[in-house]
Design a protein around this ligand. Structure first.
Ligand SMILES: NC(=O)C1=CN([C@@H]2O[C@H](COP(=O)(O)OP(=O)(O)OC[C@H]3O[C@@H](n4cnc5c(N)ncnc54)[C@H](OP(=O)(O)O)[C@@H]3O)[C@@H](O)[C@H]2O)[C@@H](O)CC1
Ligand SMILES: Nc1ncnc2c1ncn2[C@@H]1O[C@H](COP(=O)(O)OP(=O)(O)OP(=O)(O)O)[C@@H](O)[C@H]1O
Length: 404
């Protein structure tokens, strides 16, 4: 159930920042805003891994739920139990692959693959090397979503985070954080050439958070996606970016560096648009495989109670416990984190990912990080947890999962 706030005014930076606090609960309604359609948004060196972290803890850390599931899938389950401090039964993670015949081997290599792609921090590196990420989104209605994505990219470890948004959203987003570089270009007639100037400096683009559905802006986004693709820039497509892709699947068809991050509603829309078929709810793994294949092996992350990730060959599942709190914006944290991790994974290459598709490893990393942030924030704030509380946990969650 969303909370609707009447009378806020997002045009002013001052009110915008205040309104954003409220928007965490769902959305700010401005009398001046065009009403949206009722359907709504329809050098790499692995840090040494402590073997103590895993040794001798696998059986003691299985949750009853995971044991049950493992038993029911015997022979096909790739599982890893991660012993952390404090929450033994929430430290379980479980991946499943539909193709690999070596589950035991993969059991020991899941989180390690993510660790392998994390670049070392070294005095000899310069600003920008750890990642320059661009978030393309931010409209009159939605200023929180691009902020969440862009600040998450920085907190995960990118050096620079840009937001490309419409003119009216820019002062609002700037007022949230001095750390973001904000370009008010998306509703300019020159949006595509303006953004193209920056593309050579971008390591990855996250397209869609808070973008809205304005026809002229979406026309520019098509041009931006084509320009980014022609430069082989990794693309994370989320939220309203997925709505655009459902209208124009050719935009990302066969793009090996594209990742789509739909929730269930967005997944159904894409599935119907691309395969002309409704989703088979009894077979989510089959459905994600089919969609990824139909899109030319584009990586798809289907978010939900369990996150499913597929490159059209494998289906992985991220089952790390989060919490029951489903405040808006968690998908933005995921897409921003994924932008950085996609860059890291592609830079690290197949050697560091042990032959696995780098974007699968990046997606596993971003999903597990988002869920860990949710878990940690919930343990402190309970029902009042918001996405800002989760973002405050990114550093600790990252250390816990990938650097301990
Ligand atoms: N603070 C900000 O600025 C934020 C801005 N955001 C931005 O908002 C824009 C619109 O995106 P959105 O996802 O919020 O569309 P939204 O109209 O809520 O959903 C449409 C309908 O789908 C349903 N539904 C949704 N999820 C479901 C699920 N998992 N499983 C099942 N059903 C589900 C649900 O239906 P209902 O429950 O109402 O029946 C809902 O009404 C986009 O640009 C995004 O980036 C967000 O990032 C949040 C923070
Ligand atoms: N039922 C659930 N249980 C646990 N985690 C969940 C559940 N549903 C979603 N998540 C997690 O929340 C994160 C965001 O997923 P969600 O489905 O909320 O995306 P979204 O609707 O796109 O978010 P946003 O509000 O940013 O638009 C993902 O990391 C996912 O793993």
């Amino acid at each position: 159930m969303g909370l609707w706030v009447l009378g806020s005014h997002v045009r002013s930076p001052t009110w915008g920042a205040g309104a954003a606090g409220v928007a965490l609960v769902r959305r700010v309604w401005c009398p001046s805003v065009r009403e949206r359609p009722l359907q709504g948004k329809d050098g790499h060196q692995a840090p040494p891994r402590s073997s103590r972290r895993f040794s001798g803890c696998q059986s003691s850390c299985w949750s009853p739920r995971l044991q049950l599931f493992r038993a029911s899938c015997s022979g096909r389950v790739h599982a890893k139990s991660v012993c952390g401090t404090g929450h033994p039964d929430t430290r379980n993670m479980f991946w499943q692959s539909t193709v690999s015949p070596h589950p035991a081997k993969e059991m020991d290599s899941t989180l390690q693959l993510v660790r392998n792609i994390v670049p070392t921090l070294a005095a000899g590196k310069h600003k920008g090397q750890a990642g320059r990420i661009g978030v393309v989104g931010g409209s009159q209605e939605y200023t929180g979503a691009p902020y969440f994505a862009a600040i998450s990219a920085l907190k995960v470890g990118a050096d620079l985070s840009h937001v490309f948004c419409v003119r009216e959203a820019a002062p609002v987003i700037k007022s949230y954080s001095p750390e973001l570089i904000v370009h008010p270009v998306l509703d300019s007639p020159d949006a595509v050439p303006e953004l193209e100037k920056w593309l050579p400096r971008m390591h990855a683009l996250v397209v869609g958070p808070g973008l809205g559905r304005d026809g002229l802006v979406l026309d520019s986004i098509r041009g931006i996606l084509e320009a980014a693709r022609s430069r082989d820039i990794p693309l994370v497509i989320d939220a309203d970016g997925l709505w655009l892709v459902a209208q124009w699947p050719a935009l990302i068809l066969g793009h090996q560096k594209a990742i789509l991050t739909p929730n269930h509603v967005e997944f159904s829309r894409l599935h119907e648009a691309v395969l002309s078929d409704p989703v088979d709810r009894t077979d989510p793994r089959g459905s994600i495989l089919k969609l990824s294949r139909a899109l030319g092996n584009v990586t798809v992350v289907l978010k939900g109670e369990h996150d499913l990730i597929s490159d059209g060959q494998q289906v992985l599942e991220c089952n790390l416990s989060g919490s029951g709190r489903r405040c808006g914006g968690q998908g933005d944290l995921l897409s921003g984190s994924l932008g950085v991790m996609a860059h890291w994974a592609l830079l690290a290459g197949l050697e560091k990912t042990n032959g696995s598709h780098p974007l699968l490893v990046a997606a596993l990393g971003a999903c597990s990080l988002t869920r860990q942030c949710n878990h940690q924030a919930f343990s402190k704030h309970g029902r009042s947890t918001t996405t800002s509380d989760m973002i405050a946990e990114i550093g600790a969650a990252f250390r816990e999962l990938f650097e301990a």
